[in-house]
Structure formats: structure tokens, C-alpha cells
Design a protein. Structure first.
Length: 607
């Protein structure tokens, strides 16, 4: 009798500890299942149709603050005319993975929770997004071999999380037959609206061509070298310099063991305030690099914060501080405020905020969160960055703040106004793709190219192609300007002037990237007065669009001429070479034909 009672009790416990799946019907993907493994949580799921898209709201409630269990939202739908999967990763790969393949990751400082299944004709077939832009989300998206089904599994609370009593997220499903990039762009806008994010102030200076010290100098910089390069940069039309890693240390090992105090190394820069003033007098704004989370064992700050780390890597001598401690946040605030006030900087490159993360267990749990006034790490990073950049803006309203891919997106737009493509030195194709991805998810925030560099023996037309691959972002340069051949300088000067003259179409207007599966062989920008189309792949037949404004067709293919389709015969076609010089061309008529556009040159169509 006792054995029987024990069996029944155990069975009842097993049932009560496992929450029932919640299933809802959608138009976009059919049945959607929401799973939560803990019956202590009440799950409420609703579906609403808004503007041709569907929103699935998922709400979790517990009787008191509890460690949240993993939550998943799952669906399967037939693979119909969906051949590529766009995501925000810097690799720009659009393959459809098997459903057992590696999951995509997004968080506050890592990628974007937007995924778009598209066809081979630039049309959206199914775009998925979630409003969770702070915490980590794993998205298992791919193809199930049995039946050729597209599988989606979005998993929440997949890393250590502080106790809470309520949580809500919303999943967006967009199956409209529209241009794929519009679906992605609108999804990013939707995330912004769902969270009430307000973009950081974006001064026009955020769009000025920029010089960076990193690729040519790395850590071996001096004030004399910086000033000499700035004198050349001003002649070419650049408006800002970012002085990267090295100013704070005499060490050249490219590590972070000396980070934490952020004091100027006299061997690098003798008098920072005077040096900054001299550069600004040339007409350039001055930005300075910082690694936000890192404190190294050779810094004075290490003794103070060695017990307030998220992790410490003893093999390289540095770790990341835990921003859940108020004294850690105040230390970080004071460093930047002091630098801004004392050196009159124009901005900061704030690096490695994705390194505020756990490497294993959350150390706070064993300490019962002692000393920490915020329990959630993502929330603490959000508070840190909002407060930091808010304080800096209070001192200098038009301050420039740069972040780089991967940690960019709707949430990060609250803290910065310049988003740079992730490092890809010498790789014009990767630069182009990373810029295109950033343009779709960054709203009006200035998107920057990764810094351009090339070999001094390179052909001028190839130098121009490097620049043309970066033209739909703000072009950053990291070439040794004092050593560059005159032919390279002429190319740079022309295209810098072109990028500024046509800034509205290239950087502020409607942006249309074509064929991400082929790494964006055609990019297009448009203002109310002009359309600029750049072709990167030889043999592409490019449509010049409606004859309703001036059209510029830029040849970045490396081959002579472009195949163009004109809807109307232009009144005039003017041809230019890579230096902006007028050259002879051929007459163009309506239809598909060959236009004699020089390598790295362009044709201007006037209607």
C-alpha cells in the first residue's frame, strides 16, 4: 500500500513540474508552440495581425521572483521559394543550415535578432524578429530534411539570469511579398518601437570621412606621427581622426594587460591636451579609443577591482569588470568624463562591450549578488552604457561615439552615433557586405566602413575599387598618407569629394542592396534628386531605374564597361574616369546595351 502511494505521488510531482505546451495558430507559419519547463510560471500567448505582419506576444508570470526557466517558441512551415537565410552576421553568409546545425545568437552586444528567408529574386519569403534586444537569444533556424520544412526554434534564458517574476517578449512574423531589405529594415524599426529605444544624437560630423591610426601604426603611435598624418588627411578632405590602441601604453604586444587606468604614456604623447588642440586647429575632430570592460594586472585599478570581475584570463593578464557593482560603473564614468573635460576630445571609440559576458557560471550566484545593485548582467550593461554616454553628451552635446560590428543594433543606437563594419583589412568584398548589413539595421545612425588600406604598389584603379566598395558607408582610411603615391592620392581626393557631394544619396537616402546571396553585386542609394548605382560584378545587367532624376552608374567591377538597361533614352550621358576627369563615351539609348564606363569610373545620365 505504501509503495503504491509513493508511486502516485511521484507521478503527480512529475506532471506538475512540467508546464504544458501552449499552441497557437498563425497565418504565416501555421501552428506555433511555446514551451516552458517550469509549471510555477503562467504562460500567456496571444497572436495579432498588424499591417500584414503577425505578432506573437509571450508573457511569463511567477508568484514571486524566481530564476527563469528556458523558454522556447517553435514552428515548422513548408520551404516554398525560400532559398537563402539573411542574418546580421559580419560574414554575410546566407546559406540555409540544417535544423540540427549551429544556432544563431543575439544579445545586447552581439548581432541582431532578425532573420530573413528570401528567394533568388530579392523577395522576402519569411522574416522573423523578436523584441528581445537585451538578453541572449538562441535562434535555431534551418531546414528539416524530412519533408523539406523550414524549422524555427527561438530559445530565451539560455545563460545565467537573475531572478524575476515577470517577463514578456514578442515575436514578429513577416511573410509579405516585398523587397527583402525592406522587411529587414522595418523589422529593425519594429524592435526599436517595441522597446521604446531613443537614438543617440547624430551630429553631421558623424558622416565626415575619417582617418584611423590602427592598421598602419597599431600600438606604435606618437603625437608627432599623428599630427603629420592629420596634415595630409585635411588636404584630402577628411574631417575626423580616431587614435586607436597604443596611446595608453608603452607595451607593443597588442594585449590588454595594461588597460584600466587610461593614463597617457608619455613616450607616445607628451601632452595630450596640447596635442588634441593642435589637431583640432587643423580642422579635424579628435576621437580616442578605449576598451571599456578590460582591467589588466599591470594597472593600478587591478588591485581595486580584482575581486569584482566577471572573469580573469591569467594567461594574458586581463579580465572584464562586473558592471553590476555601482563602484565599477562610477569608475568607468569618471575615466571618460575626466578625459573629455581635461583633453577636450570630440569623441570616443568604445570597444569590446561584447566582452561584458559570462565565461562559465555567474560568479554572483555563489555570493548571493553581494555588493551588486543590479542582478541582471545585460541590464547592468544597458544601464552602464546609457548613463556613460548620457553623461558625456551632457558635457559635449555633439560628441561622437563609435561602436563596431558585432555589437550594433537598435539597443546600441541609444548609446552611439557611429557604427563601423567589423575588421576586414584589405577585403573590399567583406567591407561592402558588412556595410550593407549595417545600413539595414542602423536607422539614421552613421554607418562606417572598416578602415581602408592597400599596398603602396597597388594600381590606382584597384585603390579606387577599395573606396567604391565602402562608398555606401562613411569611408574610413588607415593608409600611411605621407608615403602614398601621388596617383593614389589623386584617386582618394576625387572619391572623397564625390562622397561628400553626393552624401545625401549615398548615406542618407533610400538604400537598396541586391542579392545578398551573391555578396551584394549591386548597391543603390537614392535621394529626391539623384540615384547612384554601383556595380561590383562583371557581366551584371543593371537596371538604371525610372527616368525621373539624374542617375550615376559607378563601375567597380574591375573591367571596362557596364551592361545597362535604360527605361528611357537619356538626354545626355557624361563619362568620367577614376580621377573624375571627363572622358569620351558612347551614346546610350533605351533598352539593354553596353556603356563604355571606364574601370573605377562612372557615367552620369541626365534626363
Amino acid at each position: 500500500m505504501k509503495k503504491g502511494l509513493f508511486f502516485v505521488a511521484a507521478l503527480m510531482f512529475a506532471i506538475s513540474s512540467k508546464a504544458a505546451d501552449v499552441k497557437v495558430q498563425t497565418i504565416s507559419v501555421g501552428e506555433v508552440t511555446v514551451k516552458c519547463a517550469d509549471k510555477a510560471w503562467k504562460i500567456d500567448v496571444k497572436v495579432a495581425e498588424k499591417g500584414g505582419r503577425e505578432e506573437i506576444s509571450v508573457e511569463m508570470t511567477a508568484p514571486q521572483a524566481l530564476t527563469p526557466p528556458q523558454l522556447s517558441v517553435e514552428f515548422s512551415t513548408p520551404q516554398l521559394d525560400a532559398h537563402h537565410l539573411w542574418n546580421s552576421a559580419k560574414t554575410c553568409h546566407t546559406e540555409i543550415r540544417p535544423d540540427w546545425g549551429k544556432a544563431y545568437i543575439s544579445s545586447l552586444a552581439y548581432e541582431m535578432p532578425i532573420y530573413s528567408f528570401i528567394n533568388t529574386n530579392n523577395r522576402n519569403r519569411l522574416t522573423i524578429a523578436t523584441s528581445e534586444a537585451i538578453r541572449k537569444v538562441e535562434s535555431q533556424l534551418g531546414l528539416r530534411e524530412e519533408g523539406a520544412l523550414l524549422i524555427g526554434k527561438l530559445r530565451f534564458f539560455v545563460e545565467p539570469e537573475a531572478p524575476l517574476a515577470h517577463y514578456k517578449t514578442t515575436i514578429l512574423l513577416d511573410k509579405r511579398d516585398i523587397f527583402w531589405a525592406d522587411a529587414v529594415r522595418e523589422s529593425a524599426q519594429w524592435i526599436t518601437a517595441q522597446n521604446g529605444f531613443v537614438a543617440y544624437n547624430i551630429p553631421e560630423a558623424a558622416f565626415a570621412p575619417l582617418y584611423s591610426t590602427w592598421y598602419q601604426f597599431h600600438q606604435q603611435i606618437t603625437d608627432l606621427d599623428i599630427e603629420a598624418e592629420c596634415r595630409e588627411a585635411v588636404k584630402l578632405g577628411m574631417g575626423t581622426i580616431i587614435v586607436d590602441d597604443g596611446w595608453q601604453t608603452a607595451d607593443n604586444n597588442r594585449g590588454y594587460a595594461y588597460c584600466g587606468d587610461w593614463e597617457v604614456a608619455p613616450v607616445r604623447i607628451k601632452d595630450m591636451a596640447a596635442h588634441v588642440k593642435r589637431v583640432q586647429a587643423m580642422g579635424m575632430k579628435y576621437m580616442l579609443w578605449y576598451s571599456v570592460p578590460f582591467v589588466g594586472k599591470y594597472s593600478k585599478a587591478y588591485a581595486r577591482f580584482k575581486d569584482k570581475m566577471l572573469y580573469f584570463r591569467s594567461n594574458v593578464g586581463f579580465g572584464a569588470v562586473d558592471p553590476r557593482y555601482p563602484e565599477v560603473r562610477e569608475h568607468i564614468y569618471s575615466i571618460y568624463e575626466k578625459a573629455l573635460r581635461e583633453w577636450n576630445l570630440d569623441g570616443f571609440k568604445l570597444d569590446f562591450i561584447d566582452s561584458f559576458r559570462f565565461e562559465g557560471k555567474d560568479p554572483a550566484v555563489a555570493q548571493n549578488y553581494a555588493g551588486r545593485d543590479i542582478k541582471s548582467l545585460p541590464e547592468a550593461v544597458n544601464v552602464l552604457m546609457k548613463e556613460l554616454t548620457g553623461r558625456l553628451q551632457a558635457i559635449k552635446p555633439d560628441i561622437l561615439i563609435e561602436f563596431r560590428q558585432r555589437y550594433v543594433g537598435p539597443a546600441i543606437r541609444q548609446y552611439g552615433n557611429m557604427f563601423r563594419a567589423s575588421d576586414c583589412p584589405g577585403d573590399m568584398q567583406s567591407n561592402r557586405g558588412r556595410i550593407a548589413n549595417l545600413r539595414l539595421t542602423s536607422g539614421t545612425t552613421a554607418v562606417h566602413a572598416d578602415m581602408l588600406e592597400w599596398n603602396l604598389n597597388e594600381k590606382p584603379e584597384v585603390v579606387a575599387r577599395h573606396i567604391l566598395s565602402a562608398m555606401y558607408g562613411v569611408v574610413q582610411y588607415s593608409a600611411m598618407l605621407r608615403e602614398i603615391p601621388e596617383s593614389h592620392l589623386k584617386v582618394m581626393k576625387h572619391w572623397i569629394a564625390f562622397s561628400q557631394e553626393h552624401r545625401k544619396a549615398l548615406l542618407h537616402g533610400a538604400f537598396r542592396p541586391y542579392h545578398p546571396e551573391a555578396y551584394f553585386p549591386v548597391l543603390e542609394g537614392e535621394s529626391d534628386k539623384e540615384r547612384i548605382i554601383t556595380v561590383y560584378q562583371e557581366g551584371m545587367a543593371v537596371n538604371a531605374g525610372a527616368a525621373d532624376r539624374e542617375v550615376y552608374l559607378l563601375n567597380a567591377t574591375g573591367a571596362e564597361g557596364l551592361v545597362v538597361e535604360l527605361q528611357e533614352k537619356p538626354r545626355k550621358a557624361e563619362f568620367f574616369d577614376m580621377y573624375g576627369n571627363s572622358v569620351a563615351g558612347n551614346k546610350l539609348a533605351k533598352g539593354v546595351q553596353h556603356a563604355a564606363v571606364p574601370v573605377s569610373g562612372y557615367v552620369k545620365l541626365i534626363y
